[in-house]
Write a protein that binds this ligand. Structure first.
Ligand code: SAH
Length: 375
């Protein structure tokens, strides 16, 4: 029988584990502190526990960790991307994003984490979609992206965005457990944690019903039913009226402004009609709109509508943003972070996986240290 992995267990679960191996309940809190606040990666490091207890724990349980496979840093903006290997050999990525502008709080360091290996949603602009869904991540694998990235960068992560590979709300319990662990054990307050969804409406309602204090972001990308359905097949399952109802429900319960993410595609969702639709939405639901430049992904999507999607030219983008502001929409333009290092959702993992399959340039992927490269 394989030993249970303690990394990823919540405080309650660690207390239950302690009791199940004949120890007192308070051992659960000690383990919680060692695993998450003190970042122990072995029982040996848990110096406040007696040696016999550490040996006993090591004989009945383990502490699994991700393995760093590749690290890429962007010269341009300091974004760093980590490719991690899971215990079954599958690979995921996390992206470390330094403060973007002079207006950012000085010490802000954001990590973008993955929640699934691959994704089931098949959004036409997203590199992860080309992998299909391989499996959900455990809470431990999500938490470990944070622990590991802190260890590698030797810096404290202050903000988290669940915007890496996968759809967080299709892996609901592990995602929420990871949020609980990170916010109580690792000192990242829920208001500094953002969960981004492609629009899984019933789970947005569930977040509201459970009073989840994280920030919510919704990948909107269009308010036109046909255009959005072509970009994001999930729009046929939970069409815009149902999605926006759930967002309004969430706002009423949580009183927290939602962020709508909006990648601009040339001639697709950047018309004046789209500005009018966004303006009308922002009058109904208090929100921010994040305009995102499109990272081209033609290497994963050579055919179909994906091949026709192009970024909106900078001039039209500036005009689009100015018109939104004039219409009193709160709008931010997300800089093209990590554009030079495949930093959009799934790009690095997919590119490396392809290289592995065609055995082009794979030798250098074995050693994380030899392998740190700058783009
Ligand atoms: N499934 C979740 C989280 C993963 S995608 C969601 O849909 O929100 C998170 C964000 O990555 C999306 O909103 C989108 O803004 C961004 N993204 C994905 N592919 C991109 C690309 N090719 N260019 C720019 N942004 C991209």
């Amino acid at each position: 029988m394989t030993k249970p992995n303690l990394k990823g267990l919540t405080l309650n679960e660690l207390e239950d584990f302690a009791l199940s191996v004949g120890e007192k309940r308070f051992r659960g809190a000690q383990l919680f502190d060692w695993l998450y606040a003190k970042e122990a990666s072995s029982f040996d490091e848990m110096s406040s526990l007696s040696k016999p207890l550490r040996e006993k724990l090591a004989s009945v349980a383990c502490i699994d960790s991700l393995k760093l496979v590749e690290e890429q840093s962007s010269h341009r903006d300091g974004t760093t991307k980590f490719l991690f290997e899971l215990s079954d050999g599958k690979r995921i990525e996390s992206v470390l994003i330094p403060p973007r502008t002079a207006f950012d709080e000085q010490k802000r360091l954001t990590l973008c984490v993955s929640t699934q290996v691959g994704c089931a949603l098949d959004c036409k602009f997203c590199a992860t979609a080309s992998m299909g869904i391989l499996r959900n991540l455990t809470a431990g694998e999500i938490v470990d992206q944070v622990l590991h990235s802190q260890r590698i960068s030797k810096k404290k992560i202050t903000n988290l965005v669940y915007m890496g590979m996968g759809e967080p709300l299709m892996n609901y319990e592990p995602v929420m457990n990871s949020v609980d662990i990170i916010s109580t054990g690792m000192d990242i307050a829920p208001r500094r944690i953002t969960i981004s969804t492609a629009g899984w409406a019933p789970k947005i309602r569930r977040m509201a019903d459970e009073g989840r204090k994280v920030k919510l972001a919704v990948s909107l990308h269009s308010l036109d039913h046909n255009a959005r359905s072509e970009l994001m097949p999930i729009n046929r399952k939970f069409p815009l009226p149902e999605l926006l109802d759930s967002v309004q429900y969430y706002y009423r319960k949580m009183k927290s402004r939602v962020t709508f993410e909006y990648i601009l595609f040339d001639g697709w969702n950047d018309r004046d009609e789209d500005i009018a639709l966004l303006a009308s939405l922002s009058r109904k639901i208090p929100c921010k709109v994040n305009i995102i430049p499109f990272h081209g992904i033609d290497f994963t999507h050579p055919t179909g509508i994906s091949a026709r999607l192009q970024p909106t030219p900078p001039k039209r983008m500036a005009e689009f943003v100015a018109k939104l502001r004039k219409a009193h929409v709160t709008v931010f333009v997300r800089s093209s972070a990590g554009d030079d290092i495949d930093a959009a959702c799934g790009q690095l993992a997919v590119r490396v996986e392809r290289a592995r399959k065609t055995s082009v340039g794979t030798a250098h992927l074995q050693s994380p240290v030899a392998n740190r490269r700058s783009a």
